[in-house]
Write a protein that binds this ligand. Structure first.
Ligand code: AMP
Ligand code: ZN
Length: 138
């Protein structure tokens, strides 16, 4: 299903122009308009899914190999040294466009710094309790 007021539905359908680097019947891959580094790409399903929790499983299985292929092409075509796959779910996680998308972000030697988290120092007991809370909800 498409969502009427969704900009990524319109971009994925080709109704709004984009710098497309790959397209097939299920997805369109475009360059991000506000890139974290040169070549920053977004993998957009053509159907609307709010986030990873509602994503179709068959489509989901296709996305990781595609992301790897795009990343390899960035290394070959742009000369980046590596790449990050980033995928935000929910406002608290930094999601700003509520149509599932995966970021493929090229990383260059001496390239722009990316935000890194400060590691916490949980005790073994805290880790065990946290693990149990998630396990119990699976
Ligand atoms: P997120 O914060 O994970 O929801 O990522 C949304 C991304 O979409 C951001 O990196 C934006 O720069 C990018 N973005 C928003 N609108 C457009 C657009 N019209 N074309 C290309 N990228 C866009
Ligand atoms: Zn959409």
């Amino acid at each position: 299903m498409k969502k009427n007021d969704c900009i990524f539905c319109k971009i994925a359908a080709g109704e709004i122009p984009s710098s497309t680097i790959y397209e097939d019947e299920d997805v369109r891959v475009i360059l991000d308009l506000g890139p974290a580094s040169q070549g920053h790409a977004l993998i957009l399903p053509k159907e609307h899914y709010d986030d990873v929790c509602s994503l179709d499983q068959t489509l989901a299985a296709k996305l990781l190999p595609l992301a790897a292929r795009i990343g390899q092409a960035m290394k070959k075509g742009l000369g980046c040294a590596g790449f990050n796959l980033v995928q935000n779910n929910g406002k608290a996680a930094g999601q700003t466009v509520f149509h599932f998308h995966m970021h493929v972000i090229p990383r260059y030697e001496n390239g722009p710094e990316m935000v890194a988290w400060e590691p916490c120092k949980p005790t073994a007991e805290e880790l065990a309790k946290t693990a149990e809370r998630i396990r119990g909800a699976l």
